[in-house]
Design a protein around this ligand. Structure first.
Ligand code: N01
Length: 524
């Protein structure tokens, strides 16, 4: 369904037919984009649209419907601070419940009519003549003074480049694109990958398949999952006792923040957690050979720490094999590992993660010097300022941008921090009638030098693993290197001084060629 009938849109000319102009375009409607729609509305902004390629809000929680999908951050923390949900049934909610929560927030705050669903953004190009963004989508063209990209880091599935994988004749799909029509009951199935998604999928698949091969490239550290159903009394208290749920959330927040010391500042403090993971492994896997196979050889926290109570027991079952020899090739009906062993399978689940630092989306964002975000990132890495703006991309704000990821707590907290910053930026633009704002390159460079210096002490950089946290330059451009309240403090207010800005009245008029273009189109 398309919702844009009530919007104050203005037609401008374009070579592709009618172009809608809005003051602000938000791209994507997961936690970040939906949060933006709510905060923009609350700030009194009416002239904005959210372009969403799916047919509903939810983003990654709408798309990841694989069996066992659930959050590994407690729900009381993994929710908007302004929309606590007394209805959570468990401490760590499953995907359908999170998706229902996100939908209910969209309804409660009445922002669905700000959305254009089924609208895939193909490109966004800064127009130097008119000082605005030209956004090309599968549902027509838009221009906007400001673009907020909220596409998230986990939206583009990464498919492994394995010889012959395209020739496989059985069912094959990515964990984020689960084919619910494929009945895997009684089948021989392979799962490639042992990350956060795979360890949730494997125990569910193991229940029904005749044989399961788990292809592990790097073993993850796994901690116990303290998940449980909320009691009636707790649910009652969440709903009716003022402050009870917020207190529970605060306790979860504070407990998780203590991990930052070990993760980001002094990895030696990760030792107690690693000991807990060792004990968990020993308790759950009796077979010494299997235990040796799945014991990581790097420091805990270097890759995302996972939580599960049913992954190791699933691996211990007689019809489940962990394959660590590496994949040589895939044939029409089998996976051949590097030691030459051929294992026949009916289906392959590819749980190999996402394009985080190399999203194809970046190739479609074209900045003021004509370079795409992909080219800029290729040259310098994914560097930004406060995760929210990037030099060369004026009037564009990024939610879940560079160095905003977390290894220990709720991304929703980071998103809300960014929303404070971005909404204040829009208010500042309006207050001073600014035509353009663009973060200063020198400010961005200094910010990134400081970030990388901090990260050089972290377990992510020193823990002895390879991970998608680090880009091809060896820089960690994904994670925030400190306490999340430090990020909250940094993003409380938009700092105009860090930006080059031009008042609307000082912007040069459109170049003659642009005016001529406009006239030509108008004459058609
Ligand atoms: O992906 P991943 P994911 N051949 O990148 C392996 C979030 N999340 O979808 O470690 C063989 O973690 C790869 O091996 P290696 C969370 O932020 C959150 O599981 O690179 N194997 C790894 O084992 C998470 O971090 C929740 O050596 C290959 C796996 O595939 C992010 O999503 C739940 C390979 C990929 O693991 C992504 O998780 C689920 C190849 N060519 C996910 N390429 C929550 O609960 C990759 N691998 C909030």
């Amino acid at each position: 369904m398309v919702y844009y009938m009530s919007l104050p849109v203005t037609d401008t000319s374009s070579t592709t037919g009618t172009t809608r102009h809005v003051d602000t375009l938000v791209i994507g409607s997961g936690f970040a984009g939906l949060g933006a729609a709510i905060k923009l509305t609350q700030a009194g902004k009416r002239d904005f649209l959210v372009l969403e390629r799916g047919n509903d809000v939810g983003g990654t929680w709408r798309d990841n419907t694989y069996p066992g999908a659930a959050c590994d951050v407690p729900s009381n923390l993994y929710s908007y601070s302004f929309a606590l949900n007394p209805g959570w049934t468990r401490s760590f909610s499953p995907q359908p419940e999170i998706q229902r929560y996100i939908q209910s927030v969209a309804d409660k705050y009445k922002v669905r009519d700000r959305h254009v669903f089924g609208c895939d953004v193909l490109s966004a190009q800064w127009d130097n003549d008119r000082n605005q963004w030209r956004v090309h989508t599968t549902k027509g063209d838009y221009t906007a003074k400001v673009v907020i990209t909220a596409v998230g880091a986990l939206c583009e599935p990464s498919l492994p480049d394995i010889k012959g994988i395209g020739d496989f004749q059985g069912e094959i799909f990515h964990s984020a694109q689960w084919n619910h029509d494929a009945d895997l009951t009684g089948k021989r199935v392979a799962v490639i990958g042992t990350g956060a998604s795979a360890i949730q999928i494997v125990p569910q698949l193991a229940k029904n398949v005749s044989h399961l091969d788990v292809y592990q490239r790097t073993a993850p550290w796994i901690l116990p999952r303290s998940d449980r159903e909320y009691t009636k009394a707790e649910k009652f208290a969440f709903k009716y006792v003022p402050g009870f749920q917020r207190l529970s959330r605060t306790l979860q927040y504070v407990t998780r923040e203590t991990q930052v010391v070990g993760l980001a500042k002094a990895p030696v403090f990760m030792k107690p957690l690693q000991a807990a993971a060792e004990i968990h492994l020993r308790r759950q896997i009796r077979d010494k050979d299997l235990r040796k196979k799945v014991r990581p050889n790097y420091q805990i926290g270097c890759k995302r720490m996972l939580i599960s109570n049913n992954y190791f027991p699933a691996l211990s079952q007689s019809h489940v094999d962990v394959v660590t020899d590496g994949i040589d090739e895939v044939t029409a009906d089998a996976i051949v590992s590097k030691d030459g062993t051929r294992r026949e399978v009916d289906a392959i689940v590819v749980a190999t993660g996402f394009h985080v630092t190399d999203s194809p989306m970046f190739a479609g964002i074209i900045g003021k010097d004509g370079r795409t975000a992909a080219q800029v990132f290729d040259a310098q890495g994914q560097q930004g300022y406060k995760g929210s703006s990037i030099a060369n991309f004026p009037n564009m704000f990024f939610l879940v941008g560079p160095n905003t990821g977390l290894g220990h707590s709720s991304m929703v907290f980071m998103i809300e921090s960014q929303l404070n910053y971005v909404v204040d930026a829009l208010k500042t633009i309006e207050r001073y009638d600014l035509g353009t704002v663009e973060v200063r390159q020198d400010v961005q460079d200094r910010y990134n030098r400081e970030l990388q210096e901090k990260l050089s002490h972290s377990v992510w950089n020193n823990g002895g693993c390879a991970s998608w946290y680090l880009d091809k330059h060896g820089n960690n451009t994904t994670l925030w290197p400190g306490f999340t309240f430090e990020f909250r403090n940094q993003t409380r207010r938009f700092d105009l001084v860090a930006y080059n800005s031009v008042a609307t009245s000082d912007l040069p008029s459109p170049a003659p060629s642009a005016v001529a273009d406009k006239k030509k189109v108008a004459a058609k």
